[in-house]
Design a protein around this ligand. Sequence first.
Ligand code: PEP
Length: 236
Amino acid sequence: MKYIIFNWKSYLNISESMNLSKVVSKLPSTKKYKLISSPNNFYNLTLKSRYPKNIYAAQNVDLHGKGASTGSIDIQDLVSNKIKFCILGHSEVRSNFGETDLIIQKKTDLCLHNKITPIVCIGEPVDIYKSKKTKNYLKKQINKIFKKSNIYNEVILAYEPLWSIGTGLTPKMSEINDILQFLTKILKNYSFKKIKILYGGSVNLSNIKEILSLQKLDGVLVGSASTKPSFIKYFK
Ligand code: PEP
C-alpha cells in the first residue's frame, strides 16, 4: 500500500477544503493507497466531523500544551479530534517559523507519545544538492531528529529536496532511488516498529505514475497538485 499525503498548505478556504474532502470521501476504498489529507489546521475539526472516514493530518503541532500559550495547537486537540497523523519539519515551517531539527525531535516524541504518527520532512537545499553532499546532509538531519536509544512506533519520513518543493523540478528517478536506498540503510541504525519513506516535491499528474513505480518507495507527499480534484481522482 502506498501512502499518499495531500498537503493543502494554506491554499484553500474552508468551503474549498470541504469540496476536496468530498472528492476524497467519494473515492472507492482500495488497498493500493492510503489517502491522508492535510488541510489548514483551522479546518481539521470541521472536516473530520463532516467526513469521519477520511484520514486527516495536522500541518504542525506545538510543544507548548494547553493553557497560557496563545496561538498554539495543542496535541490533545489532535487526539480528541481523531487526527492520527501530523506533518513535522516541513520546509515552509522550518523557514517561516525557525523550526529546528531539535524542535522536530521533541515534536516527534510528543506525537508518538500521544499515538499520533509523525510525518517527518527532511531535505537538502540546492547548494548542498549541487555540491553532491545530500547524503551527508540528510544523515545529519536524521541524527538530530531521531535518538538511537529510542524505540519508535510508526514513523513516516518524507524526503523533500527543498529545491524541488513548488518549483516544478524533480530529481531523476535514479536519484530518488539512490536516496531511498541510502535512507533505508541508515534508518537501520535506529529502532522503528514501522517506518515508511515517501518522496515529496513537485509531484503532479504527469510524474505520479513513474514516481510511484519505484518499488521501494512507500508513497508521496504532494502540495499544490493535490488541491486539484483531477489529481485526487487519480487514486480511484
Ligand atoms: C510540499 O509542500 O511538501 C510539496 C511537496 O509541495 P509541492 O508538491 O507543491 O512541490
